[in-house]
Design a binder for this molecule. Structure first.
Ligand code: PEP
Length: 256
């Protein structure tokens, strides 16, 4: 049994519908076991119906409502962006920063991700800072260097005092949505290194307390072996989070 919190998140990305999102949320709420923190990250327009569905299923405190992104400014002329106060009003308690699709498809810089992470924590919400290397970076031996760079930039505004709401998600880009998950050994090595960088940046106590999720083609079949690794404290799940049975089996594996 790990001493740290174990957390599993379902990142629905740009999937589901207005009718389907609450049905999925209710299914998740009824199926997930205890002993693990669970969050779902629906698309912005479906946050309120999903919040209401979780409440109907009696899971309002048990399954947290997450947002896939947020802007760091509190309000103003930022067309298309969504603020942390707006998300809080919708019942959101945790927010992703720097998901690989934000970095590599939408072009977010390390610096922007860092500003978002600081703003999320300053708003009193939990921040899931996502990091991870591309295939080219891995093949040229730069995995640790990339993770360290993204951590340093992402945590520039974070210290021991606000780190208690921090979660890291290690998501190698080559494993996301490809069906090719990292091996347990890959994950163990990367997570161990990430924890040592966290120790340097935030101090040993905060580093030990911070959950590090693994993400990238997690399924019910590979979840247990990944989460058996010492520094793997849960999973951030994309495709498999859209199926109640698959997602709840991953949560059960995380719960041990
Ligand atoms: C993700 O979206 O963070 C992710 C890991 O996706 P998938 O599980 O589909 O690889």
């Amino acid at each position: 049994m790990k001493s740290r919190e174990t957390i599993v998140g379902g990142n629905w990305k740009m999937n589901t519908t207005l009718a389907g999102a609450p049905v999925l949320a209710e299914g998740v709420a009824r199926a997930v076991p205890g002993g693990v923190s669970v969050a779902v990250f629906p698309p912005f327009p479906f946050l309120l119906p999903v919040r209401d569905a979780l409440a109907r299923a009696g899971a309002a405190g048990r399954v947290a409502l997450g947002a896939q992104d947020a802007y760091f400014e509190p309000k103003g002329a930022f067309t298309g962006e969504v603020s942390l106060d707006m998300l809080r009003e919708c019942g959101v308690t945790l927010v992703l920063a720097g998901h690989s699709e934000r970095r590599h498809v939408l072009g977010e810089s390390d610096e922007l991700v860092g500003r978002k992470a600081s703003a999320i924590l300053a708003a009193g919400m939990r921040c899931v800072l996502c990091i991870g290397e591309t295939l080219a970076e891995r093949e040229s031996g730069r995995t640790q260097g990339v993770n360290e760079r993204q951590l340093r930039a992402g945590l520039r505004g974070v210290g021991p005092s606000n780190a208690e709401r921090l979660v890291i998600a290690y998501e190698p880009v080559w494993a996301i949505g490809t069906g090719k998950a990292a091996t347990p050994t890959d994950a163990r090595e990367a997570h161990g290194h990430i924890r040592s960088v966290l120790g340097e940046l935030l101090g040993g106590t905060a580093a030990e307390r911070t959950p590090i999720m693994y993400g990238g083609s997690v399924t019910a079949a590979n979840a247990a072996s990944l989460m058996a690794q010492p520094d793997v404290d849960g999973a951030l799940v994309g495709g498999a989070s859209l199926k109640v049975d698959e997602f709840s089996a991953i949560c059960a594996a995380a719960a041990g």
